[in-house]
Design a protein around this ligand. Structure first.
Ligand code: HDE
Length: 720
């Protein structure tokens, strides 16, 4: 049989196996794992109807043993995640820069599986923790699997992988009390950070609203490190990867995040699931920043330093393709939990740089899968299997699935005619880029990495005033939870290196002295042998002073489709008012939910019934993007008696969300804020109140597109 035919047959068999695995025995008899049909799945085998259980009950023992072993170790970082299937398509051939097969042909769809995650919280923790989000993509390419294992922030806390276990220990719950869960707001983390000035750039990102996304559909992704593209002439080009969400980047407020964590800790997981079920497929464009090899040293920073970005003003992001997520997993455990990513899963055309963080990661991921997935055969789990044919001489180990045939399991061999063969580069064999490397063995940090603050400042200076205020508030919350005053002060000292007024504002909120300078020596993590003076941080003036892409609000994408709108209703609500607004919003793809004082049904003023989606007990304003109060005096009077309804509206106002009402009564009777806003400013503040039904719905739709009305100054004054 020709080699190609053999390959095809094997691939087909794999797909068949996958289908079988998926079916999981639907429409069949219940059996044991040995395929024996079970007659009674309700009662143990006992001696007499009131007697003890018999040892021989193999059916019970098999079932219970499996259950007892159902849990596997969770990921040490990124344990909580949500996954989705989809595909990727390149816009135009990238042949000039890379020979990677999946980046050549715009007509080709490459299947992908993506897992989004939080980093710190355990598997059962809330989605809305202030945290970095993982954004890991497995491309099942015809040349093998390629994993782009990124985050929603383009930099990292540390410059060398050696520090990763310490970083993670410091941010995880404290080992004696096992608190706090899914939070950096405790002494250990800020103690570590205050001694690790290289973290300051990442800290600015983590304390921005990027760390509390509105949805996985609305966040960017970054490969973080500099990688290499290699073309078929063996020419290397440095590349930074970006995912740009088509819906733009949106966050929630910290007050909302904390409340959502209580009302619906699965908020992001459900949002992703529902969006895909409803056909609102999440889409992200893949962008690349390309730096010719000869330009490696032309920047004010080192492109190997993972605490630095390349500002888009210096190297624009070129959008080269789009990923669409269009299918939910069939089984959370089998797919989302068992998927194993590894930055070392690359294909010909993509290679590494010497970023010391990336180099360390290349060891860690394979190692962690061995313990998490129980041995070296995790690549055989269906979600991890490549679609490219796989042949090698690896054998045995726990949970081996493949039944290899024949006596030969070594290379080179003559007994199998040399099979499987090595592939030449021209046959698609992976050949590492022949970078010249020379140097003596040394543990040190390159001096080109010692500028810790200038890009933290660039990030801060690029934000709008609203975003800056959120950063001040986030610092005040996080450091406010720190009990040790010296740690708070040391942190404020570090912040002075980013921005004096930021440090002053934070110090004031924390009630600590405002140190005008950081404590010295600043970087206690630098080895003593290397000499502290030599390693004093330096400040390198950046040529880009403010970078628009770093701000979320300066890049607002307006959209209505898939936004969630609450209609506050009680018995006697004006049915016509509900229906006309609902129709108008649904026409735009928004999702409308009737929220009422109780579950079940409502009677409208014209005698119809209305199904209630949620009651004030099961939901809250924080779950929605906007609120509408339909007409109907009886309904409004009933809502007025409900503290929850009044709170709902005022809280939505405080969170700067669009609010619309049919007639004045709703706002007049149910809100604190209505009388505080001059009439002519209502629309500009996102409160839509006009008589004409059409104008009302159109005005509301426009406001929903804008999403937040940050001009509601002092909205914290609203008691909610
Ligand atoms: Fe990871 N990281 N990481 N990381 N990482 C893991 O691998 C590690 C880093 C990222 O959804 C672990 O399978 C080291 C940067 C994502 O399954 C582990 C260092 C970035 C995910 C690991 C880093 C990431 C992980 C835990 C510093 C962005 C979740 C479970 C040298 C570019 C993938 C696992 C998923 C997971 C190690 C830093 C992204 C322990 C040693 C920087 C998205 O291997």
């Amino acid at each position: 049989m020709k080699e190609e035919e053999k390959d095809r047959e094997e691939t087909n068999k794999k797909l068949e196996d996958l289908e079988k695995d998926k079916k999981g025995g639907k429409d069949e008899f219940l059996t044991t794992n040995q395929g024996v049909k079970i007659n009674d799945n309700q009662n143990q085998l006992t001696a007499g109807d009131r007697g003890p259980t018999l040892m021989e009950d193999f059916i019970f023992r098999e079932k219970m043993t499996h259950f007892d072993h159902e849990r596997i170790p969770e990921r040490v970082v990124h344990p909580r995640g949500s996954g989705a299937h989809g595909y990727f398509q390149v816009y135009e051939s990238m042949k000039e820069f890379t020979k990677a097969g999946f980046l050549q042909d715009p007509s080709k769809k490459t299947p992908v599986f993506v897992r989004f995650s939080t980093v710190v919280g355990f598997r059962g923790s809330t989605d809305l923790a202030r945290d970095v989000r993982g954004f890991a993509t497995k491309f099942y390419t015809e040349e093998g699997n390629y994993d782009l294992v990124g985050n929603n922030m383009p930099v990292f806390f540390i410059q060398d992988a050696m520090k990763f276990p310490d970083l993670v220990h410091s941010i995880k719950p404290e080992p004696n009390s096992q608190t706090p869960q899914a939070s950096a707001a405790h002494d250990n983390f800020w103690d570590f950070t205050s001694l690790m000035p290289e973290s300051m750039h990442m800290i600015m990102w983590v304390l921005s609203d990027r760390a509390i996304p509105r949805s996985y559909r609305m966040m960017e992704g970054f490969g973080v490190h500099t990688f290499r593209f290699i073309n078929d002439q063996n020419k290397s080009t440095f590349v930074k990867f970006h995912w740009k969400p088509v819906l733009g980047v949106h966050g929630v407020l910290w007050d909302e995040a904390q409340k959502i964590s209580g009302k619906d800790p699965d908020f992001h997981r459900k949002d992703l699931w529902d969006a895909i079920e409803e056909g609102n497929y999440p889409e992200y464009e893949l962008g690349v920043q390309l730096v010719p090899e000869e330009d490696e040293h032309k920047f004010e920073f080192d492109i190997l330093d993972p605490t630095k970005i390349i500002p888009e003003e210096l190297v624009p992001v070129r959008k080269i393709g789009k990923m669409t997520l269009n299918r939910n997993p069939d089984n959370f455990f089998a797919e989302t939990e068992q998927v194993a990513f590894h930055p070392g899963h690359v294909v010909p055309g993509i290679d590494f740089s010497n970023d010391p963080l990336l180099q360390g990661r290349l060891f860690s991921y394979l190692d962690t899968q061995l313990i998490r997935l129980g041995g070296p055969n995790f690549a055989e789990i269906p979600i991890n299997r490549p679609i490219a044919p796989m042949h090698n001489n690896q054998r045995d180990g726990f949970m081996r699935q493949q039944i290899n045939q024949g006596p030969v399991h070594y290379h080179p061999n003559s007994r199998e005619g040399g099979c499987p063969f090595q592939a030449k580069m021209t046959e698609g064999g992976f050949v590492s880029h022949g970078e010249k490397v020379e140097g003596k063995k040394i543990r040190t940090r390159s001096k080109s990495f010692l500028d810790f603050f200038s890009q933290a400042k660039l990030f801060y200076d690029s934000q709008t005033e609203i975003e800056k205020k959120h950063i001040v508030d986030a610092f005040s919350f996080e450091l406010g939870k720190v009990k040790t005053v010296e740690i708070r002060e040391r942190m404020v000292g570090l912040i002075t290196q980013v921005d004096q007024t930021l440090a002053e504002r934070v110090a004031k909120k924390l009630g600590v002295e405002y140190p005008r300078e950081p404590e010295r020596p600043m970087n206690k993590g630098i080895p003593a042998d290397a000499g502290p003076e030599e390693f004093e941080p330096v400040y390198v003036e950046q040529s880009v002073k403010s970078s628009k892409p770093l701000s979320m609000l300066k890049n607002l994408v307006e959209f209505v489709k898939s936004r969630k709108i609450a209609f506050l209703c009680a018995d006697g609500v004006d049915g016509e008012s509900v229906n006309s607004m609902k129709k108008a919003l649904e026409r735009e793809g928004a999702s409308v939910k009737i929220v009422a004082p109780h579950a079940g049904m409502l009677k409208t003023s014209d005698g119809d019934t209305l199904i209630i989606d949620e009651s004030f007990i099961t939901t809250g304003s924080v779950i929605f993007d906007a609120v509408f109060v339909p007409g109907g005096q009886q309904s409004i009077s009933a809502l007025k008696k409900e503290g929850d309804a009044v709170h709902f509206l005022n809280e939505a106002y405080m969170h700067c969300k669009p609010i619309a009402a049919e007639g004045e009564a709703g706002l007049l009777e149910l809100t604190y804020f209505y009388n505080m806003i001059p009439r002519e400013q209502l629309t500009s503040k996102g409160v839509i109140l006009v008589e004409d039904k059409n104008e009302l719905s159109q005005g509301f739709i426009k406001a929903i597109g804008v999403h937040r009305f940050w001009n509601r100054e002092h909205s914290e004054d609203v008691p909610a």
